[in-house]
Design a binder for this molecule. Structure first.
Ligand code: GLA
Length: 655
C-alpha cells in the first residue's frame, strides 16, 4: 500500500484545510499567492463540500472544484481530497429522516450543525458511496491529487431503530446464540435475560444503571459501524487510485473509536491536535498525542489539524503567544510527524467557526499569525531533507486499550474520580517530566524490544494478554502497573479474587481485600509520599517487597507499592513529583535512560533517528549542556557543549 512517502517526496507537508467554497473566486487567487509565499505545499479540500457538490439529490456540480484543482496544481500545491460525507446536505435529512441519528433519549440530531448522520443508515451509506464514487472517478487522474481524506473526525453515536437492527446483527455475529449473549452480559442480574433477538436494544435511556455488557458492546459496535463507513468509502477511492494513500483524521484520545484497530485500515494515520495555549501542560498533552499517534502509525504520521491561534470551542479561547505555534509544530516533527497542517487556511467570516483562527486570520497577510506561519513554512523546508528517520528510540512502552477503557468506565464503578484519560495523562506526564521517551502499545503487541512496560491501568484484560505480560517479565522485562489492572475479563466479568490470579502472583499479592477509593482532597499517606485517588487493602505474598507502606488510617502498615522481582504494583496514585521520581527510579533500574542527562525543567529533548530536538517550553532563557559539537539544522550554527534557548526556543541538532 502507498504510504506517506508517496505524498511527501522528501518534504514536510505544510498546509491545512482549505474551504474555498466560503469565498468568491477572486479570493482564491489571493489564497494561492499567500500559500506560495508561506511555503504551503498541501491543502485538504472538500471536507464540508457535499451541499456544493450535490445541491439537489443526484445532481453534480464539479465545475468549481475542477477550477480549484487546476489552480492549485498550477501553483504546485498538492490536494488531499476529502470525501464530504461528514456533513450531509439538508435535503438528505428531509428526504430520508432515517439518516438522522437519535441520542439515547430518543431525540433526533437535526441538520443545521454537522455530523448529523447515522452510521447505520442504509440511505446515508448509499448517498455517501455515490458522491464518493463520482468524486473519485472525476479526480482520479488529476495531477493535483496526492491522497484521500475520508469523512472527518468520525465520532457519532446512534441509538435509533436502524442502529438497533444493526446492533442485533453485530451481536449475532459476535455471540452466535442468545445463551452466549446472556452469559456475556450477565443478564441473570435484574431479570434482564433475553428470549428473542428482537428484544435487544441499544442502551437507551433507562430508569437506573444500565447493563455493563450491553453498554460495552454498544461502544464496540459503534466503533465498528463507523469503521465500516470509513472502509466502504476507502475501498471506493482505492479502486480508482490504488497508487494513492488514504487516511481519516483521529481526535486525540477519543473514547468512541478503537484507534489501534482503525489505524490498521489506514495507509497514513493522522490526528487533530488542539492543546490549550494557557494549559501549563499543553506541551505534554501534545507529546502524549504525538507519541500515541506515532505508535498507532508504527512510523510517520500526519498532524492533520492544529490551530494557528485560538480555537472557539473552549469556554475562554486564548491566542497562541508569539513563538508557540512554531514550537508545538516542531515538537510534532520531532515526534515523527511528516506533516504540519492546520484547520484552516483562511479564517471564516461567517458560520459557526468564524472566531476560530486560520493560517490567514482576519488581520490578513499583515497579521502576526500569517507572518509566523510564513516563517515556519520556510523552516520546515530547511529541515525537510534531514528528517528522514522516524525512530523515537523509546525503551518504554505505555499500554493502552480502548476495550479496557470502555469496560472500566461503567457508571456503576467505585469511584467516578477514576478516569482513564486522566490516568494516562498523569502517568505519561510523570515520564515526560523525567525526560524519558515513550511509545504507546496495545497489550497484544510484541513488547520484547522494550526495557520497561508501563500499565497506567488496564481494567479488563484477556487471558492471552495476561499471559503475555507474565511472559514479558519472565523474559527479563520490567513491568510497572497501576491499580485496577486485570480486574475483569473481556466481557467485564470480575476475575476471581478481584484481580487475575496470574497477575496477583506476578506482583506478589496474596489477597486483595478491599479497594479504598479516595475523595477529592483526601490522601493516603505512605512512608515516602502521599497517595491520591485510590488505595487498597492488600495482603502481600512472602517474598514481595513493600517499596512504600501506608502510614496511619485503616491501611496502616500495608503495602502501597509492591514489587516482586521486576514486577511493580502501585495500589495508589502517588502525587505528581513522587510518581515522577518513582517511575524514573524504576526506569533507571530497567536500563531506560533519559533522552539527555541534566535537562532543566521545561526543556524537552526528543530524538528522531540521529537528530536531537531541544524544545524550550518556557519564556526565560535557559542553557542546556549537550556535550560535543553539533550543527543546528535550523540556523546552520555550530554549537559546542552547550546551547542557550530563548523564549519557546528550538534547536535541531545533528552531530
Ligand atoms: C475539528 C474539525 C474541524 C474544525 C476544528 C476546529 O478538528 O475537524 O473541522 O471544526 O475541529 O478546532
Amino acid at each position: 500500500m502507498p504510504g506517506i512517502d508517496a505524498v511527501t517526496r522528501g518534504r514536510v507537508l505544510f498546509g491545512g484545510d482549505y474551504n474555498p467554497e466560503q469565498w468568491p473566486e477572486e479570493v482564491w487567487q489571493e489564497d494561492v499567492r499567500l500559500m506560495r509565499e508561506a511555503g504551503v505545499n498541501s491543502v485538504t479540500v472538500g471536507v464540508f463540500s457535499w451541499a456544493r457538490l450535490e445541491p439537489r439529490p443526484g445532481e453534480r456540480e464539479f465545475g468549481w472544484l475542477d477550477r480549484l484543482m487546476d489552480l492549485l496544481h498550477a501553483a504546485g500545491i498538492g490536494v488531499v481530497l476529502a470525501t464530504p460525507t461528514s456533513s450531509p446536505p439538508p435535503w438528505l435529512g428531509r428526504l430520508h429522516p432515517e439518516t438522522l441519528p437519535r441520542d439515547e433519549d430518543g431525540r433526533v440530531e437535526w441538520w443545521g450543525g454537522r455530523q448529523h448522520f447515522s452510521h447505520s443508515s442504509a440511505a446515508y451509506r448509499r448517498y455517501a458511496a455515490s458522491i464518493t464514487e463520482d468524486l473519485a472517478a472525476r479526480y482520479a487522474g488529476h495531477p493535483a491529487l496526492t491522497m484521500w481524506h475520508i469523512n472527518n473526525e468520525y465520532c457519532t453515536y446512534d441509538w435509533g431503530d436502524e442502529a438497533a437492527a444493526r446492533f442485533r446483527d453485530w451481536l449475532r455475529a459476535r455471540y452466535g446464540s442468545l445463551d452466549a449473549l446472556n452469559s456475556a452480559w450477565g443478564t441473570a442480574f435484574w431479570s434482564q435475560g433475553y428470549g428473542e433477538w428482537e428484544e435487544i436494544l441499544p442502551p437507551r435511556h433507562a430508569h437506573y444503571m444500565k447493563n455493563p455488557g450491553q453498554v460495552l458492546d454498544f461502544k464496540r459496535f459503534t466503533s465498528d459501524m463507523l469503521l465500516e463507513c470509513y472502509t466502504a468509502e476507502r475501498d471506493i477511492v482505492r479502486r480508482h487510485t490504488p497508487h494513492l494513500p488514504v487516511t481519516t483524521n483521529f481526535m486525540p484520545l477519543w473514547a468512541g473509536q478503537d484507534a489501534w484497530r482503525w489505524a490498521e485500515e489506514e495507509d497514513i494515520v493522522s490526528v487533530d491536535l488542539y492543546p490549550d495555549p494557557r494549559d501549563p501542560f499543553g506541551a505534554q498533552h501534545g507529546a502524549l498525542v504525538q507519541d500515541m499517534t506515532r505508535s498507532q502509525a508504527r512510523g510517520p504520521w500526519m498532524l492533520m489539524e492544529q490551530a494557528a491561534g485560538p480555537v472557539n470551542w473552549r469556554g475562554v479561547n486564548h491566542p497562541k503567544p508569539r513563538g508557540l505555534n512554531r514550537l508545538w509544530s516542531l515538537q510534532a516533527v520531532a515526534r515523527g510527524a511528516d506533516a504540519v497542517c492546520y484547520f484552516q487556511w483562511r479564517q471564516s467570516r461567517q458560520g459557526a467557526e468564524k472566531f476560530h483562527s486560520g493560517m490567514v486570520g482576519h488581520a490578513g497577510e499583515a497579521g502576526r499569525t500569517f507572518q509566523e506561519v510564513k516563517q515556519l513554512g520556510a523552516e520546515l523546508a530547511t529541515l525537510a531533507p534531514h528528517v528522514t528517520d522516524r525512530h523515537s528510540g523509546a525503551d518504554i512502552a505505555i499500554l493502552h486499550d480502548w476495550h479496557s477503557w470502555w469496560a472500566g468506565a461503567h457508571e456503576g464503578r467505585l469511584s467516578t474520580r477514576v478516569d482513564l484519560a486522566d490516568t494516562l495523562t498523569t502517568w505519561h506526564r510523570a515520564l515526560w517530566r523525567a525526560h524519558l521517551a515513550t511509545d504507546f502499545a496495545h497489550p497484544d503487541h510484541d513488547l520484547s524490544a522494550y526495557r520497561l512496560v508501563v500499565v497506567p491501568q488496564l481494567y479488563a484484560l484477556t487471558d492471552a494478554a495476561i499471559d503475555r505480560l507474565v511472559a514479558y517479565v519472565r523474559g527479563g522485562g520490567t513491568l510497572v502497573s497501576g491499580f485496577l489492572t486485570g480486574v475483569a475479563d473481556q466481557d467485564d466479568r470480575i476475575r476471581a479474587g478481584g484481580m487475575d490470579a496470574r497477575l496477583r502472583d506476578l506482583f506478589g499479592i496474596r489477597t486483595l481485600h478491599e479497594w479504598w477509593p479516595l475523595d477529592e482532597g483526601e490522601t493516603a499517606p505512605t512512608d515516602t509520599f502521599d497517595g491520591t485517588l485510590w488505595s487498597e487493602e492488600i495482603d502481600p505474598l512472602p517474598g514481595a517487597v513493600a517499596e512504600a507502606v501506608y502510614r496511619g488510617g485503616e491501611l496502616d502498615g500495608l503495602p502501597a507499592v509492591l514489587r516482586t522481582g521486576r514486577a511493580w504494583y502501585l495500589s495508589t496514585l502517588p502525587e505528581p513529583d513522587a510518581l515522577r521520581a518513582l517511575l524514573a527510579d524504576i526506569a533507571e533500574r530497567a536500563g531506560a535512560e533519559p533522552v539527555l542527562a541534566g535537562l532543566p525543567d521545561g526543556v524537552e529533548a526528543v530524538r528522531r533517528g540521529d537528530l536531537l530536538f531541544l524544545l524550550h517550553h518556557g519564556q526565560d532563557p535557559v542553557t542546556v549542556d549537550v556535550p560535543g559539537s553539533h550543527r543546528d539544522l535550523l540556523t546552520g550554527d555550530v554549537l559546542t557543549d552547550r546551547v542557550t534557548l530563548g523564549r519557546y526556543g528550538v534547536v535541531v541538532l545533528a552531530s
